[in-house]
Ligand binder design. Structure first.
Ligand SMILES: [Zn+2]
Ligand SMILES: [Zn+2]
Ligand SMILES: [Zn+2]
Length: 127
């Protein structure tokens, strides 16, 4: 497991362990809610391919990471890149996109509003 070793006082809280997975960002809660998205259904974290770490949202990545976020290319959609904060299941990008805003493992509802932000995380087909 990755641990952060630093003697400096970080301007950001440590990553929070969610079902054993470090999720990094601002005010990350035990089910991956964060300072930006903290409704009942905001219970997923997304792994970013640029740094291979999970963040609750793109704004958390922008706040904590020192680089531009990258999105998952379509040929990597079979990567387990979405963490369900309710049960800890890791969904592949394809499974998440097919999930109809509910976890296929525990049936907990995901925020359907996230669909509006998919382009921030996943390569989308030209429409
Ligand atoms: Zn990154
Ligand atoms: Zn956030
Ligand atoms: Zn779940």
């Amino acid at each position: 497991m990755r641990t952060t070793v630093t003697n400096e006082v970080s301007p950001f809280p440590e990553c929070t362990l969610v079902h054993g997975v470090p999720v990094c960002g601002i005010d990350v809660g035990p089910e991956t809610r964060c300072a930006h998205y903290h409704g009942d259904a905001d219970i997923i974290a997304i792994r970013f391919p640029c740094c291979d770490r999970f963040y609750p949202c793109h704004a958390c990545h922008d706040a904590v990471a020192d680089h531009e976020a990258e999105v998952w290319p379509r040929d990597a959609f079979d990567t387990p890149a979405v963490l369900c904060g309710a049960c800890g299941e890791k969904l592949t990008v394809s499974e998440y996109l097919r999930s109809n805003s509910a976890c296929p493992a525990c049936s907990e509802a995901f925020n359907p509003g996230c669909a509006q932000h998919r382009h921030l995380y996943f390569e989308t087909p030209p429409s």
